[in-house]
Write a protein that binds this ligand. Sequence first.
Ligand code: NAD
Length: 243
Amino acid sequence: MELSAIVTGAARGIGRDVVLRLRAAGYRVVAVDIRPAVSDLAEAGRVVPVVADVTADGVPPAVIDRAWTEFGRLDLLVNNAGRFLRRPLLETTDDDFDALFAVNVRPAFRFSRAALPHLIDTRGCIINTASISGLVGIGNQSVYAMTKGAIVQLTRQLAVECAPRGVRVNAVAPGAVDTDFMAEARAADPDPAASLAATLSNHPIGRMSTSDEVARAIVFLAAPESGGITGTILSVDGGYVAR
Ligand code: NAD
């Protein structure tokens, strides 16, 4: 029996490595991203790329239907698509707030709701990409941190609500991960070199995590051997929140 998964934000970074690790673990995958580059992951009968904006009405149920049509089952939903915003509160607008919640929070809610009936059938699981920003105060990230705090609570809430129906719900909480997401954020900083030095010194392991390390944690949480784990926020942060 081949398991089937949906991964959002799959064109690059963490999501792309999740798709590759799930493939190595034998999953068939629907890989969703707004970037056409997600099509590079296409593999006949194995990886079905969908170029779509996860914030658009109708996209979450359409993607769930696509996985069902392609694979006839759904075992895993990885809500990973997200955007970053580093901005002091006094410069943060209402539009920033709405835009970030629209991409970082509402799709996870909508995808989870649409996937749940299928996941109940397979006793499957949901894994969300949260962040250390959803666990501790960092500064200049008020709206981003609120979105990731919402993901943390969505995870805990659904874990409790869905456990009686056999569905597990967990999250990973990465610290800084060496992806384009971080590089783009750094490039927008007034002093990118100082920003990188601060990031490295804030993480006890002295480096950023790799996207593959986060992907492996997601595959670990999805594995049947992790059947006792639900409602967990698994930090992959080089010791950041342990300080
Ligand atoms: P990334 O920017 O490399 O990848 C994110 C992907 O999401 C991109 O391919 C992007 O096109 C896609 N995406 C964004 N908006 C979308 C939309 N509306 N519809 C469809 N796809 C959309 O970033 P990443 O570093 O791989 O981050 C992935 C997740 O990990 C995000 O939720 C992010 O908040 C979280 N995270 C990242 C870090 C980090 O340091 N990189 C740390 C903590 C948490």
